[in-house]
Design a protein around this ligand. Structure first.
Ligand code: GP9
Ligand code: MN
Length: 435
């Protein structure tokens, strides 16, 4: 119903946090690279095993003067995994309570997504580079409705023999073999790279293993393999940065790097615990939840005040953050459920898809409230804390239920923001590349 979208708009009026004037527009007109680090968790950043850094290159970006990085940024995916992460970043709406929005509704859904907004407001072209088949997660159809101009999937690369494994073309080859397409794109562009090599079960061909890197010996092939494939992914990003520097693209491009969701499942976390300096014997659901942090960093050429921001946020918040940086400084007309991570007015409340949540001081996980300072369950919450818990839960529930109303009822059909033109997905054909 048309009136349903009015209720959502009422909710969003109370939820909109606005931009931070200190950052608004500082990346205006720049190309955007979004690098999706498959299954990559925040604990890998700065982690050393056997005296070596697992991801030395990403660590250098994380600590760079030109990077705004976040260390309390959580993944918020549900069953749609990678596709949920993509959906949040492209639309600032949550994935569905069950299943994948891309797979079940992507072919017919109305989106007001990042590629369309950047094209219409700022004249950007757009492309996705990915080494798997286009139909995985129904991306081929979903991307059209999001307004992606180009989708360079596996069919655009040589994936024969040992060039691919698991979910497709190996990451180093993806970055290298996509250059010929990237170089023909009109600038400014919005280009997303979805990596695949660091994906369960974390195996790597011998020739792709770094001879200078010795992984753990935990007895779990998943945990031991994870550090090896993460190290490979790190090296592939370094090679891509080398290209960006050599080609001059790094001067006029921002690079957004993020992890989509966990790589090590809760059942393996006790094995992981000792590697990351934690006690497996006291491991709890709280610890599982804290490991849902993933990297989020924005590397901006010419920016010199890089730092690590400790705000609590998640994938739902990326889109408004980027829009504001790129000069779309008032996003109050859009149906977006996140808040700019750099806004001083934001509410630091991170909703998980199952309605659990994290705040800077407390986390509500699996029907238990935990104190972040101690990591212990609060057994006798004060009256004041009980009141806060009620408020947080209400807030989380309305963020999720309003997002679900939009997605499950395809409500964007009934609302087109002023100045935005509805996307016609039928005009895109991903078979022709840049022909
Ligand atoms: C494959 C990929 C993996 O194309 O992006 O998705 P996931 O299994 O992580 O959801
Ligand atoms: Mn994934």
């Amino acid at each position: 119903k048309k009136s349903d979208i009015d209720k959502v708009r009422e909710y969003l009026k109370t939820h909109y946090a606005g931009a931070n004037p200190e950052y608004a527009g500082i990346a205006k007109g720049k190309n955007v690279f979004v690098i999706h680090l498959e299954s990559f968790q925040q604990f890998l950043i700065d982690l050393k095993i056997n005296g070596q850094e697992v991801t030395p290159f990403l660590n250098s970006i994380y600590h760079s003067n030109s990077t705004i990085a976040f260390d309390n940024f959580f993944n918020q995916v549900g069953q749609g995994k990678t596709s949920d992460a993509e959906n949040m970043l492209e639309t600032s709406t949550f994935g569905l309570p069950q299943g994948s929005l891309f797979a079940t509704q992507g072919s017919s859904q109305t989106f007001q997504a990042m590629p369309a907004i950047l094209s219409q407001d700022e004249g950007y072209s757009s492309a996705v580079f990915h080494g798997n088949n286009a139909s995985f997660w129904n991306r081929n159809n979903t991307y059209k409705n999001m307004g992606y101009q180009y989708f360079f999937d596996a069919s655009y690369y040589d994936t024969s023999g040992d060039k691919a494994m698991g979910y497709g073309l190996k990451d180093k080859l993806l970055f290298n073999d996509s250059i010929k397409y990237l170089e023909r794109m009109q600038q400014p562009f919005y280009a997303k790279y979805i990596t695949v090599t660091n994906h369960f079960p974390y195996t790597l061909d011998d020739q792709d293993k770094n001879p200078d890197f010795t992984t753990t010996d935990t007895g779990s092939s998943v945990v031991d393999g994870y550090f090896q494939t993460a190290n490979y992914l790190d090296n592939s990003i370094k090679e891509f940065y080398d290209y960006l520097d050599k080609s001059g693209l790094s001067k006029n491009s921002i690079v957004v790097i993020y992890g989509d969701h966990y790589g090590i499942s809760n059942s393996e976390n006790k094995t992981l615990a000792s590697v990351i300096g934690k006690d497996p014997n006291t491991w709890s659901s709280y610890d599982d939840a804290m490991l849902q942090r993933v990297p989020f960093m924005i590397d901006i050429p010419g920016y010199t005040k890089g730092h690590i921001d400790h705000t609590y946020g998640g994938e739902i918040d990326v889109m408004p953050t980027l829009e504001h940086l790129l000069g779309i400084t008032d996003t109050s007309g859009f149906i977006q459920f996140g808040q700019d991570l750099l806004s001083t007015a934001r509410q630091q409340l991170v909703a998980f898809r199952n309605k659990d949540y994290v705040t800077p001081d407390y986390a509500y996980i699996n029907k238990t409230i935990y104190d972040n300072k101690t990591g212990q369950a609060v057994t006798n919450p004060s009256k004041e804390l009980t009141g806060k818990i009620d408020q947080w839960q209400k807030s989380v529930n309305s963020q999720l239920s309003n997002s679900d109303a939009v997605n499950q009822k395809d409500l964007l059909r009934f609302y087109t923001p002023t100045g935005f033109k509805a996307v016609d997905g039928t005009k895109y054909n991903y078979a022709n590349g840049l022909a």
